[in-house]
Design a protein around this ligand. Structure first.
Ligand code: GDP
Ligand code: PGA
Ligand code: MN
Length: 622
C-alpha cells in the first residue's frame, strides 16, 4: 500500500485532507520544524488506543497489568517525575505583563518570564529536527463538555505515544472533536520528548526525555504552548495545567471569567438539599481526595464534577457556574487506599495508566498506603526496578508523585450533571493548604474582598508535585502559584473585579486538614470526616440562618459544638483545632505583608494592604 504523504512525510493514519484549514497550517509548521518520520492523525478510537499501548509495550515504556482490565504501568526516567517550575516560562512582550517586578534585591517567586526573542532562540535550539525518526501524533481535543459555550478546543502535536494514551483519557479527544471544530480557533500545543533518533545517548529505563533542555513555554497572547524534553504529565499533557490553567486564566482574564486550580463537588445533605462547591488546594494537598469523598456522616452524599480544574463564570442571572474542562483524573497514588479513598480505588480498576508506582508479582500495582491490601505471598518490584522490595526499605516502593490516569466517567460517584454544558451552580469557594501550626480547621471570610485576600495568601508545605524537597511552608496564591500566567497583582485584581452588582457572590472559606499536635500527629482525621466541615460550610450558605458562627480575628469560625462530631472514631480537641495563637498570627501577618509587598510590589492592589492592616488590627486587639 502506498502511503499518502504530507510535506514529504508519510501519513500512517488519518486523512490530512479532511483537517480544518487552520489545523493544517499548524501541522505544516510543526512538521517542517520537527521533521518527524511519520504523521499520525489521532481519531481517539479504542482500536487506536490499543495500537498506542502495543507500541508502548514494544518499546518497553509500559507493561501490562494482567491483574486488572486494560491497565498499564509506565516507569519514567528517574529525572522526569514531576513538573519543573524552574523551566516553565510565560512569554509576553513586556515582562510586567507576565510577572510582577519585585522590590529591588528580592528574587521573584511568582513565575518565570521569557522575552519573545529569547523564546525564539530557545525554540531554535530545541525543536528543529527534534522528532527525527519518530512519529508526530496530531490530536484534536476539547476542554470541557462538547457543545458547552464554556468549552475550548486544543490541538496538540506530540512525539509521545504515552502522551496520546493519557490525553485520550484526560481530554475529549479524536474525530468527533475535529468534526465539531470546523474553523474555530484552538490553543496550539507542541510537545516533544526531545530525543530524535538515532539517540545520542542511551535512554534510562527506556523513557525518552531530555532533562538538560527541558522547557515548558507559554505564549498567552497567541494561545500557544511549547513543551520540550519531559514526558511527565504536568509537563506533557498540555490540556491540563498548561492550557486549562495557564493559557486558560489568560483567556479568562480577557473574557471576564475564572480558570482555577479547583475541584468541583456536589454535596447533598440528609434533607435532600444539594449544593455545589469548589476548592483550591495546592498540588498534593487533597483535591482528588475531597472530590471523591465518601461521607462518614450518615445521609450525606458527595458527587464529583472535577478533581483539579474549574472554569467558572457568572450566568445572566448572576449565578456562578463551573465546568470541569477535563475528562479524567491524574491523581496521586501514594496514600490512596480503601480506607482513605475507596472511590478512587474502585475508579482505577480498569483502563488506567499508572506511572511510577511499584508492581506486584501477581500483575498488580503497589504504593505506600496499600500495605494492608497486599495479597499474601506476593512480592514487590519498586518503581525503580528493585526486585523483592520490602516494606521499611530506605527508598519508597512508589515514587511519592506517582500517578494514576483514569477516565472520569469510571468514577462511581461522578455527578449526574458533570457534563452539563451550562455548568453547575457554585455556592461556596474553599481555599486551603498544608499548615502544620496556627491555622484553624475552617474559617469563613468576612466578605468577597476579604475572601480574595484569603485566596491571595494561601500557603502550604512544599510537596513532591514539583522539584521541591523538604516541608518548608511556601506562599501559593490561590493555590495557583505554579500556574500563574499573568502578573499576580492583576490576578488578584481580576478576582476583586468579579464582584459586580447583580452577581450572587459565593462565600469564601479556608480549611486546613493538616494541623498537627505537639507530637506531630494530625489533629483532624481528614478524608471522609471532612464532610463534617463541608456540612458546616454549606449550612453557612443556606438561607436558613443558624447560630453556628462567631467572629474571630481571621473571620467567622464555628461556634463550639456547631460542627457535627457524632460518630468520630477518636475524639478531637476542638480548642486545639480552632486555637488562634496571637504570636503566630502576628508573625503570619508580617510574613504575608512582606511576601505580597516584596513580590508584587507596585502591582499589589491597595485592597490587599487594607486587608493586611485590618487583620493586624483585629489580632492586636485579640
Ligand atoms: P491533590 O494533588 O491536591 O489532588 O491531592 P490528593 O487528593 O491526591 O492528596 C495528596 C495527598 O494528601 C495524598 O497522600 C492523600 O492521602 C493526602 N490527603 C488528602 N486528603 C487528606 C486529608 O484530609 N487528611 C490528610 N491527613 N491527608 C490527606
Ligand atoms: P495535582 O496535579 O497534584 O494538583 O493533582 C498534577 C500535577 O501538579 O502535576
Ligand atoms: Mn489531584
Amino acid at each position: 500500500m502506498k502511503l499518502v504523504s504530507f510535506k514529504g512525510v508519510p501519513v500512517v493514519r488519518g486523512n490530512v485532507d479532511s483537517l480544518p484549514r487552520k489545523v493544517l497550517t499548524f501541522l505544516e509548521h510543526d512538521v517542517e520544524l520537527c521533521q518527524p518520520a511519520f504523521i499520525h492523525i489521532c481519531d481517539g478510537s479504542d482500536e487506536e488506543n490499543r495500537l498506542m499501548l502495543d507500541i508502548l509495550i514494544a518499546e518497553g515504556i509500559v507493561q501490562p497489568l494482567p491483574k486488572y482490565e486494560n491497565c498499564v504501568l509506565a516507569h519514567t526516567d528517574p529525572r522526569d517525575v514531576a513538573r519543573v517550575e524552574s523551566k516553565t516560562f510565560i512569554s509576553t512582550e513586556s515582562q510586567r505583563e507576565a510577572i510582577p517586578v519585585p522590590k529591588p534585591g528580592v528574587k521573584g517567586q511568582l513565575g518565570n518570564w521569557m522575552s519573545p526573542e529569547d523564546l525564539d532562540v530557545a525554540i531554535k535550539k530545541r525543536f528543529p529536527g527534534c522528532m527525527k525518526g519518530r512519529t508526530l501524533y496530531l490530536l484534536a481535543y476539547c476542554m470541557g463538555p462538547m457543545g458547552s459555550p464554556l468549552s475550548k478546543f486544543g490541538i496538540q502535536a506530540t512525539d509521545s505515544a504515552y502522551v496520546v494514551a493519557c490525553m485520550r483519557i484526560m481530554t475529549r479527544m479524536g474525530m468527533q472533536v475535529l468534526d465539531a471544530m470546523g474553523d474555530s480557533d484552538f490553543v496550539r500545543c507542541l510537545h516533544s520528548v526531545g530525543c530524535p533518533l538515532p539517540l545520542k545517548e542511551p535512554l534510562r529505563r527506556d523513557w525518552p526525555c531530555n532533562p538538560d533542555l527541558t522547557l515548558i513555554a507559554h505564549k498567552t497572547a497567541t494561545n500557544e504552548v511549547m513543551s520540550f524534553g519531559s514526558g511527565y504529565g504536568g509537563n506533557s499533557l498540555l490540556g491540563k495545567k498548561c492550557f486549562s490553567l495557564r493559557i486558560g486564566s489568560a483567556i479568562a482574564r480577557r473574557e471576564g471569567w475564572l480558570a482555577e486550580h479547583m475541584l468541583i463537588v456536589g454535596v447533598t445533605n440528609p434533607e435532600g438539599v444539594k449544593r455545589y462547591l469548589v476548592a483550591a488546594f495546592p498540588s498534593q494537598c487533597g483535591k482528588t481526595n475531597l472530590a471523591m469523598l465518601t461521607a462518614s456522616l450518615p445521609g450525606y452524599k458527595v458527587e464529583c464534577v472535577g478533581d483539579d480544574i474549574a472554569w467558572m463564570r457568572f450566568d445572566e442571572k448572576g449565578q456562578l457556574r463551573a465546568i470541569n474542562p477535563e475528562n479524567g483524573f491524574f491523581g496521586v497514588c501514594p496514600g490512596t487506599n480503601n480506607k482513605t479513598n475507596p472511590i478512587a480505588m474502585e475508579t482505577i480498576q480498569r483502563n488506567t495508566v499508572f506511572t511510577n508506582v511499584a508492581k506486584t508479582s501477581d500483575g498488580g500495582v503497589f504504593w505506600e498506603g496499600l500495605e494492608e491490601d497486599l495479597p499474601k505471598g506476593v512480592s514487590i518490584t519498586s518503581w525503580l526496578g528493585e526486585e523483592n522490595w520490602q516494606p521499611g526499605s530506605e527508598r519508597p516502593a512508589a515514587h511519592p508523585n506517582s500517578r494514576f490516569c483514569v477516565p472520569a466517567c469510571q468514577c462511581p460517584t461522578i455527578d449526574p450533571n458533570w457534563e452539563d454544558p451550562a455548568g453547575v451552580p457554585i455556592d461556596a469557594i474553599i481555599f486551603g493548604g498544608r499548615r502544620p501550626v496556627g491555622v484553624p480547621l475552617v474559617y469563613e471570610s468576612l466578605n468577597w474582598q476579604h475572601g480574595v485576600f484569603v485566596g491571595a495568601t494561601v500557603s502550604s508545605e512544599a510537596t513532591t508535585a514539583a522539584e521541591y524537597s523538604g516541608h518548608e511552608v511556601m506562599h501559593d496564591p490561590f493555590s495557583s502559584r505554579p500556574f500563574l500566567s499573568y502578573n499576580a497583582g492583576n490576578y488578584i485584581g481580576h478576582w476583586l473585579e468579579m464582584e459586580k452588582p447583580g452577581c450572587k457572590m459565593p462565600k469564601i472559606f479556608h480549611v486546613n486538614w493538616f494541623r498537627r499536635d505537639s507530637k506531630g500527629k494530625f489533629l483532624w482525621p481528614g478524608f471522609g470526616d471532612n464532610i463534617r466541615v463541608l456540612d458546616w460550610i454549606l449550612r453557612r450558605c443556606s438561607d436558613e440562618k443558624e447560630d453556628i458562627a462567631q467572629m474571630s480575628p481571621v473571620g467567622f469560625i464555628p461556634k463550639k459544638g456547631s460542627i457535627n462530631m457524632e460518630g468520630l472514631e477518636n475524639p478531637v480537641d476542638w480548642n486545639e483545632l480552632f486555637d488562634l495563637p496571637k504570636d503566630f498570627w502576628m508573625t503570619e501577618v508580617d510574613n504575608i505583608e512582606k511576601y505580597l509587598t516584596d513580590q508584587i510590589n507596585e502591582d499589589l492592589p491597595p485592597e490587599m494592604l487594607k486587608e493586611i492592616q485590618d487583620l493586624r488590627q483585629r489580632f492586636s486587639q485579640y
